[in-house]
Ligand binder design. Structure first.
Ligand SMILES: [Zn+2]
Length: 118
């Protein structure tokens, strides 16, 4: 029921907030966490990571598309995983570190192959 008196309505709202403060804060946190996980955010984050590691590419959109569609390591053909903390199977973007003035992407590799190649 809406309250006719705006002051009472405000008070009720405040009371509700005070009573459910923790719950509301928790919901907001959850919401922010989910927001960070949207595909656009994940992509932006991934591209910024690549760029900071020295990956050079003419078309990062196409590269990202290729990256997301690759499920198996180019070398050992193991199934790739996406992990917060690297495992042997974590999907990696392999690039030539010695090339710094032109596109230097080489392969999509598992972490094990990527480490061996460097
Ligand atoms: Zn591999």
């Amino acid at each position: 029921m809406p309250y006719k008196d705006p002051e009472i309505a405000k008070q009720k709202q405040k009371q509700y907030y005070e009573k459910n403060k923790e719950k509301i804060k928790e919901q907001q946190k959850e919401y922010q966490k989910e927001y960070k996980k949207t595909p656009q955010r994940i992509k932006t984050y991934r591209l910024s990571q690549w760029k900071s590691r020295g990956v050079i590419c003419d078309n990062f959109d196409a590269l990202y598309d290729h990256y997301t569609k690759t499920s198996y390591c180019d070398f050992c053909r193991c199934e790739l995983t996406i992990d917060k903390n690297n495992t042997a199977n974590t999907k990696c973007l392999d690039h030539d570190h010695t090339i710094t003035d032109r596109p230097n992407f080489r392969n999509i590799l598992c972490n094990a192959c990527n480490v061996k190649r460097k």
